[in-house]
Design a protein. Structure first.
Length: 216
């Protein structure tokens, strides 16, 4: 394994979970998953003291591992159930995908930067998490593998991509930050019928942008 997970890490994780509860995260399944996934393993060694702070952190290739509160908040909004088929757009470090796997979801994750895709595809199975990894442009989703019960987009989009909307099952939910210029609104899209969608807004966040195309 890349890095050990000992009592010290577990203690730091427990304090992070307590901090998330104070900030308003209530879903016990989400809190339990964050209490189990070793976040420090997703960051370069030497940054242990940062791993369990409630902060975003650089993971290379100009990208960041999302702040734990943001991961918890989005996962709570996603209403994940065991066996749910979930598409994640923006694998990044793989941390969010690991949290979803820990909750018993069947996870498909897509990343446009090859370097990050390759890293996550090696790391997650070492931790016992086995989502389906895809390298490509998540704007288009994964049409041949859909439809999905849930879709989570972990980069900021300027609008809800139509291709993603259409890959939700009826009754399915998508959580996606939407906006521009370093400010996004957390949006939940629910497919209520073949051509019907409702949207809810859940406050402001800051994400790296959802970009088109791939980086090799
Ligand atoms: N979920 C990640 C957060 C990563 S930040 C984690 O837990 O660490 C967002 C990621 O989205 C970045 O890695 C970025 O490269 C990726 N991304 C941006 N636009 C994308 C697109 N169109 N398709 C797939 N991935 C994309």
């Amino acid at each position: 394994m890349t890095s050990v997970d000992d009592a010290r890490h577990q203690g730091m994780r427990k304090r992070l979970v307590d901090a998330l509860k104070i900030k308003g995260i209530r879903d016990e399944e989400v809190l339990a998953a964050i209490g189990k996934v070793p976040r420090h393993v997703f960051m370069e060694s030497g940054f242990l003291s940062f791993a369990y702070r409630d902060q975003a952190f650089p993971i290379g290739a100009g990208q960041t591992i999302s702040q734990p509160y943001t991961v918890a908040f989005m996962t709570e909004l996603l209403h994940v159930e065991r066996g749910c088929k979930v598409l994640e757009v923006g694998t990044g470090s793989g941390y969010q995908a690991a949290v979803l796997c820990e909750m018993g979801a069947r996870v498909y994750t897509i990343e446009r930067q090859k370097e990050l895709y390759v890293k996550a595809r090696i790391l997650l199975p070492e931790l016992g998490y086995n989502p389906a990894f895809h390298y490509g442009d998540g704007y288009k989703g994964l049409p041949t593998y859909g439809p999905f019960d849930r879709i989570i987009v972990t980069a900021g989009a300027t609008e809800v991509p139509d291709d993603l909307r259409r890959q939700l099952v009826a009754g399915g939910r998508m959580v996606i930050p939407v906006g521009r210029d370093n400010h996004q609104e957390m949006v939940v899209v629910i497919r209520t019928g073949e051509e019907e969608f409702t949207t809810q807004k859940h406050g402001g966040f800051v994400f790296v942008p959802l970009l088109r195309g791939v980086v090799s």
